[in-house]
Design a protein around this ligand. Structure first.
Ligand SMILES: Nc1ncnc2c1ncn2[C@@H]1O[C@H](COP(=O)(O)OP(=O)(O)O)[C@@H](O)[C@H]1O
Ligand SMILES: [Mg+2]
Length: 250
């Protein structure tokens, strides 16, 4: 499998406090990686530092064979806009724009596709995620699950190489969590690499590999292989992961 992202000896300190120390791992093209660990172990910091939202104190982040962690800000923004998609716990959509306008905005900004193509892409994404009916709605009038679907569409409008997600289901109830995870799973089966931070073992059990952080270090990693959506395999994966997490003291 081709490596799409390689993190080498990444360290991050704030003032004199070390939050990440010597984190190294590789992500294969089309893989689905989950990052778990206790609260405060550095999961979000790791995600921000590998996705150019923050800069490592030392170490390297190699995306598609290019070192990106020291790129000038404007080039980094371009890489993020065109090659990366982001979802957070909250959707952070712009309040004065409709669902559709929020989704097409980064597409227009990137300028890779023309406006008509961006509009068509947005339509297709909204159809896939089941929010076509609220395309023209004011974002203040839709549910949390619908907002998160819109955020996923926005993250995918430029067909990123990697989708990064930080606790994307952290504010959702269990049935909406399942719906959102089914969508993220489809993104992964369509070939996009996904890196997700989560404290939800059910969510993580869909990943090919789970990385466990303790105090800013990779403590251990569990290979689960490709996810298949039948009930028996899901149950086995969840059980394997639960036993592993228990050993980790999670
Ligand atoms: N901007 C910052 N300045 C100082 N300390 C920070 C900053 N961001 C995170 N930290 C610290 O780094 C540690 C890891 O935080 P974080 O990555 O948010 O953990 P997690 O996502 O695993 O809960 C915490 O102790 C947090 O207080
Ligand atoms: Mg966090």
């Amino acid at each position: 499998m081709k490596t799409i992202l390689e993190v080498k000896n990444l360290c991050k300190s704030y003032e004199n406090i070390r939050v990440l120390s010597d984190v190294s791992f590789k992500v294969g093209e089309g893989e689905f990686i989950a990052i778990m660990g206790p609260s405060g172990s550095g999961k979000s910091t790791l995600l921000y530092n590998i996705s150019g939202m923050d800069r490592p104190t030392s170490g390297e982040v190699v995306l598609c064979e290019k070192e990106i962690s020291k790129l000038p800000d404007e080039i980094m923004s371009e890489v993020r806009l065109k090659q990366m998609g982001f979802i957070f716990q909250h959707a952070y959509l712009l309040k004065n724009l409709s669902i559709r306008d929020n989704i097409v905005l980064p597409g227009f900004e990137a300028g890779v596709l023309d406006r008509e193509q961006v509009n068509q892409k947005a339509d297709a994404l909204m159809r896939k995620t089941g929010i076509s009916n609220i395309a023209n709605h004011d974002i203040k009038k839709v549910s949390g699950g619908q907002l998160q679907r819109a955020a996923i569409c926005r993250a995918l409008i430029n067909q990123p190489d990697i989708l990064f997600a930080d606790e994307p289901t952290g504010a959702l109830n269990s049935s909406t969590t399942k719906e959102v995870m089914d969508i993220i799973n489809n993104v992964y089966t369509d070939g996009t690499t996904v890196i997700i931070v989560t404290h939800d073992a059910k969510v993580a059990s869909r990943a090919c590999k789970v990385i466990y952080l303790i105090d800013g270090n990779i403590h251990d990693a569990l290979e689960l292989g490709k996810y298949k959506a039948d009930e028996a395999t899901s149950a086995t994966r969840e059980k394997r992961l639960a036993q592993w997490l228990e050993k980790m003291g999670f």
